[in-house]
Design a protein around this ligand. Structure first.
Ligand code: UDP
Ligand code: MG
Length: 250
């Protein structure tokens, strides 16, 4: 039985996926629990699909078109079979080695572990914007997390699996889990410059995403009234999956 699922959203990361897959396998093989790796190919057009075809063990979900990081995470989370779901970006800005200390926190009784990019390697404009957004989110959700936007996070799956992700809602997913009773902690993680290619998420999108603070906030309060239309929304993921391939053997 799969215990841990590692979910990676991938858009035009041809130069990255092979090494990333290898590094995640190496890290996960250093821990005892059965795991799966899921890459969600978010409509890549640069040959990423061909690179992914030769990798195993790996489950690849192909979306029909480029939908965005959030939909990619949404379908990956729904497909994940593990009790624990680790989310990590594909561009090596997160270090796969940080997955292991995160997993340790689950045995200490935590349900959500959020990465904190203490020494973040991003443009100053992003850093300033993030600082403001994190402070607002922390206050709004009464949750002292330094880095809501970190791409490296791990969740006990039952707290998040049925939550429909839209906009940039994954940023605030710890708040949803908290509302559902999860115990949350954060740990410092490494952060690197993107290793190849360029950022696919402009700061304008980050800014728009921050408005999700309000909609997720509304949802979090609304969860207390489960017979709402929103409840229906979480049951019907609208994102277009083209196919799912499962390469079990090398
Ligand atoms: N990504 C995706 N679909 C998109 C944009 C990004 O799946 O439309 C993936 C991307 O491949 C990476 C992660 O989301 O794994 C974060 O994207 P990126 O590194 O470009 O964002 P940044 O770190 O600059 O915010
Ligand atoms: Mg990045």
């Amino acid at each position: 039985m799969i215990k841990i699922s590692v979910v990676v959203p991938v858009y035009n990361e041809r130069l990255m996926v092979k090494e990333l897959h290898q590094r995640i396998c190496d890290v996960m093989n250093r821990q005892p629990d059965p795991f799966e790796i899921i890459f969600v190919n978010d409509g890549s057009t640069d040959g990423t699909e061909e690179e992914l075809a030769s990798l195993a063990p790996l489950k690849v979900i192909h979306l029909e078109r480029n939908c965005g990081q959030t939909p990619a995470l949404d379908v990956g989370i729904r497909e994940a079979k593990g009790d624990i779901i680790v989310l990590i970006d594909a561009d090596f800005q997160n270090d796969p080695n940080d997955i292991l200390p995160m997993l340790k926190k689950f045995s200490e009784g935590y349900d959500v572990v959020v990465g904190w990019r203490k020494e973040r390697k991003d443009a100053t404009s992003r850093l300033i914007f993030s600082k403001i957004a994190n402070t607002m989110a922390g206050y709004f959700f009464d949750l002292s997390i330094h880095d809501f936007g970190c791409g490296l996070k791990a969740y006990r799956s039952r707290f998040i699996r049925d939550f429909y992700l839209w906009g940039q809602a994954q940023v605030f997913l710890p708040a949803v889990a908290k509302e559902r009773g999860a115990k949350i902690c954060e740990i410092p993680v490494r952060h690197n410059l993107r290793q190849a290619g360029s950022s696919k998420i402009p700061i304008s999108k980050m800014m728009r995403g921050s408005f999700n603070l309000l909609s997720v906030g509304f949802f979090v309060k609304y969860l207390k009234k489960p017979l709402s239309t929103y409840y229906e929304m979480v049951r019907h993921p609208p994102y277009p999956i083209r196919s799912i391939n499962n390469n079990e053997k090398r």
